[in-house]
Design a protein around this ligand. Sequence first.
Ligand code: SF4
Length: 306
Amino acid sequence: MSIIFGPINSRRFGKSLGVDLSPSSKQCNFDCLYCELKGAKVVDSFSEVVSVNSVVEAIKEALSVNQDIDYLTITANGEPTLYPHLKELIVKINSFKGDIKTLILTNSGTINSRYTQEALVLFDSVKLSLDCATKHCFKLLDRASKEIDLDSIKNGMLEFSKVYKGELLIEVLFVEGINDNRDEIKELNSFLLELNAKRIDLSTVDRPPAYAIKPISYDILHQLSLGFSKDLPISIATKQNLSGKKYNYSSSEILNTLSMRPLSKDDIEILFSQESIDRFNKLLSSDKFVTISSAGVEFFKPKESQ
Ligand code: SF4
């Protein structure tokens, strides 16, 4: 049982130290088909609870040996907002963390609860997951506890987005044949337009899932990203083992592609052939792009489409 994991280096969050609020077993109010943990019966509360002091001591000890930590990422083998002392914990962490930022990753299942919102507003960054905007899809993919319904999640997300002053991030994870269709994208798009998110990460399964489902390819992920409004800060969350077809673009096709959806350097490296990357770099050095920074990630957009 280890409360601390990492540190992990990521382009988005720098050097991040992970904090697991359910270190001994999976305790989750969802049983997602794509979960990287073994499938388990859903629960609405933690039955195994580590004390706030144990978590705080573990963080302090880890910080004493790991210098230059940028983020403390609160997560769980399961759902961290089910931790019954979350508010007390974040108040304590905030009292000693100094310049280190805090991030919590949640499946949004309890976002409609006042207690969860009161705890989450105390984090520097909050990442809310939302894989489906229709009930049928939500039931099929996320398999939440009976106590949770999609409407209350959406209402909670809207309410939270109005009061939260920190960095609100959203993650949508796509699974082949379940939420990778036009109707779902249309519903997700209209809901996400109502939120005030700093960045919306589109991702897919990148680790062995609990159940027999499949990821979508990077090029499908890119195609899906084009179904979202240009006003949304959409980012394709790239993972190293995401492979797909490499596209060969002329200079005008590069400009056209990036005017439809700005891409990050990572996206470009995954999506473009080497020849196209060279063309992109040439366009970049001749000042054809502007960069937009969105919650720590730089995106490229042609100057004229600004
Ligand atoms: S919310 Fe996270 S931990 Fe819970 S079942 Fe889904 S993927 Fe697994």
